[in-house]
Design a protein. Structure first.
Length: 268
């Protein structure tokens, strides 16, 4: 049996909606002629293990690991479009979050502060923030310290508790937390937005046949137009889907390269 996962916006408060979305998508994939579609999602602590699993049928990943670490392992199927401030079609951005009491009016005023990141393989929490800071850093450490928290929610918590001064949060995650966990945003405010990059794609194995990829796209697109899934899509902020090939994500690597060219290899 193949496996599937939808880990990227799988908040505990949304598990029921995510499972319902997969149930509807799985039915659409079966109608598209795909055998052995799993009835349930696989949930693990380390999502990279699922992405590398030879039985992977469909998952969702961040664009940064897709082009940086997984180019020979995963390929994009289609990119969902979200209804959240900071999204533009299939593209998304991050919000730069600081404490509500923070007097800074731009990120340059945060030099010497403490930065929180979800993890160093994240486009929304790390790569985009490094790109924003690198022109200001002049090849030197910009922050006094960088804390790796493990999740966007924990990064926000460090800001709320005064343990860090700034973090970058995926705009979809920020919107979902505002809706379902408003206390997570307590004592925080948005300072700025990052530039847009392609959003988090649904992916399959790089070795998947062209026929399977075609059928996956057919099924995914059918799920996005299924009227019985309207409420589920709304709960997950899903409003559409677009096919972007892997070349569309190369700009993410360009952001990394630009920071490195300015002597700012790591966010520091």
């Amino acid at each position: 049996m193949m496996i599937a996962s939808l880990p990227m916006y799988d908040l505990p408060e949304l598990r029921t909606a995510t499972d319902a979305w997969w149930s509807g998508m799985a039915a659409a994939l079966r109608r598209a002629g795909i055998d052995a579609v799993p009835a349930q999602l696989t949930r693990v602590d380390h999502v990279a293990a699922v992405w590398r699993d030879p039985n992977l049928l469909l998952s969702q990943t961040c664009g940064y690991p897709l082009v940086r670490d997984m180019a020979d392992i995963l390929q994009p199927v289609a990119t969902p479009i979200y209804d959240a401030p900071g999204c533009d079609g299939p593209n998304y951005s991050s919000v730069i979050v600081v404490s509500a009491e923070q007097s800074a009016d731009d990120i340059s005023a945060l030099r010497g502060g403490v930065c929180a990141v979800n993890h160093r393989g994240s486009q929304s929490g790390y790569n985009c923030l490094r790109a924003l800071v690198s022109p200001l850093a002049e090849g030197k450490p910009f922050f006094a310290r960088v804390i790796e928290t493990g999740s966007h929610a924990r990064s926000l918590e460090t800001i709320s508790r005064g343990q860090a001064d700034v973090c970058a949060i995926d705009c979809v995650t920020h919107t979902l937390l505002a809706r379902h966990r408003p206390q997570a945003l307590a004592n925080t405010r948005i300072l700025a937005h990052t530039s847009h990059t392609p959003g988090l794609p649904y992916v399959t194995q790089a070795a998947a046949s062209l026929d399977l990829v075609y059928r996956l796209r057919e099924g995914v697109m059918a799920a996005f137009t299924d009227p019985s899934l309207t409420n589920v899509r709304a709960a997950l902020l899903l409003v559409g889907v677009e096919v972007l090939d892997v070349r569309s994500y190369k700009g993410i690597l360009a952001m990394e390269a630009a920071a490195q060219a300015q002597g700012y290899k790591e966010l520091r």
